[in-house]
Design a protein around this ligand. Structure first.
Ligand SMILES: [Zn+2]
Length: 425
């Protein structure tokens, strides 16, 4: 990937297989299997049926009752000091948990579904503590299966070290960049003048033509033309460094595109597409962020099709991120999804007066190319090569100018909002 013009010269090459290594490492390090049997789908996961905490100043015990075996992961977090325990679970079958019994290490706790298939218990600590032991007990007679976590007091320094080492392990597992905000204004590093890096990803390329219009126009050429022009406009604004995942008719796998954005620590990843729908009447621009649950069935078909292009091009099946038990990565991903959604909204806000949009133009679908947990990522469907009006627009230079300018304004609006949020007290 070439980082272009006006850049501080932060060029990093592509590391192959990074994603694969990350998956393997996460599976090895990030989870503790309760027993050899693996829980293959969310439907196999048990329900959480109870959770309770007893505490004294010398020790605390959390017991989570489940109606079947599970896997779990534990992490220490600061600001405020917490210990979070995730278990693979289908659902919560408990009322709001009671307060801890007794007074001591644990001040309070909550149990929630952090996401589909993952229940999170967060212990709020009164004083620094460490996990003395954590183990899973199989169901016996009338006793449900349970996870037991015992805590004992620890020094503030050890706790801080544990927080740091948990974070380091998450990053090692992920190859991810920490996105931990400093909450201590005293140690805040002054921001030097750096421009945000926007990585633009022209969809498809090389052996992968993407969608094709009846007149023979290929999606891969349209996305490249738009990407090159968008890069120019963004660089001319003086506010951004801009890189493309490809600058010519090259094939890249979806994982390679994601890795390029991550390794270069992009501040925003924008994948450009002009796909086809089975329904010819669907037209207009739309912006997608990633979510396992698509906005509607058509969007699911669209993303499924898009995710298959690697196979079509002769590459292995792209891997969606599995539900790994890494809490910090999950928290990171959650932040990124929020940012991605804000970026999509800002782009739509600027596109709206300029070009025809689809109904409900901010959409969700499970596009693998949007899977970076540490880079806000959006996918722009410029229009559809299955609709005659869109086909005509996509090839007109004045329509392209208008769209590219609006995309650039939307990207700028997103970063402006971010700066305002960061500056807010
Ligand atoms: Zn596409």
């Amino acid at each position: 990937m070439v980082r272009s013009a006006g850049s501080g010269g932060k060029t990093v090459g592509l590391i192959g297989f990074a994603t694969l290594l990350w998956l393997v490492a996460t599976m090895l390090l990030g989870s503790f299997s309760a027993r050899a049997q693996t829980l293959e789908s969310v439907e196999d996961y048990p329900d959480v049926v109870d959770a309770r905490v007893t505490t004294t100043p010398d020790r605390a015990r959390l017991i989570i009752d489940l109606d079947g075996p599970t896997e779990f992961a534990i992490v220490s977090l600061d600001n405020p000091n917490r210990i979070a325990i995730d278990v693979k679970a289908f659902d919560l079958k408990i009322l709001a948990p009671a307060d801890p019994a007794g007074k001591g290490i644990v001040r309070g706790f909550k149990v929630e579904m952090a996401e589909k298939g993952r229940a999170r218990t967060t212990l709020e600590l009164e004083a620094p503590a460490q996990v003395q032991q954590a183990y899973f007990l199989e169901k016996v007679a009338d006793q449900p299966a349970r996870l037991v976590v015992d805590l004992i007091p620890d020094t503030a320094q050890n706790f801080a070290e544990k927080v740091a080492s948990d974070l380091a392990m998450s990053i090692a597992n992920q190859g991810a960049v920490p996105v931990v905000a400093s909450t201590d204004p005293g140690t805040h590093v002054p921001i030097t003048e750096t421009r945000p890096l926007v990585v633009i990803d022209p969809g498809h390329g090389g052996v992968d033509n993407g969608a094709s219009a009846p007149n023979g126009v290929h999606e891969k050429n349209i996305t490249l033309t738009f990407a090159l022009q968008l890069q120019r406009v963004l660089i001319d604004s003086g506010r951004f460094d801009v890189a493309l995942t490809r600058e010519d008719d090259t094939y890249l796998t979806l994982n390679q595109r994601v890795d390029l954005a991550r390794l270069n620590k992009a501040d925003l990843f924008v994948s450009l597409h002009a796909d086809s729908f089975q329904e010819e009447e669907i037209r207009g621009a739309s912006i997608y962020t990633r979510d396992e649950n698509a906005t509607d069935v058509l969007d699911k078909v669209l993303a499924d099709g898009e995710n298959r292009y690697d196979i079509v091009a002769g590459f292995a099946v792209p891997q969606s991120t599995p539900a790994v038990m890494d809490i910090l990565v999950d928290l990171m991903r959650r932040e990124m999804r929020k940012s991605s959604f804000l970026a999509a909204q800002a782009i739509v806000h600027q596109l709206e007066p300029s070009v025809t949009l689809r109904k409900f133009p901010v959409r969700q679908a499970d596009f693998f190319v949007l899977q970076a947990p540490d880079v806000p990522s959006v996918l722009v469907e410029l229009g559809f090569l299955s609709n005659a009006a869109d086909i005509a627009n996509l090839q007109k230079s004045d329509w392209r100018d208008r769209t590219v300018d609006a995309l650039a304004r939307g990207i700028a609006e997103y970063f402006t909002q971010n700066q305002q949020l960061a500056a807010a007290p």
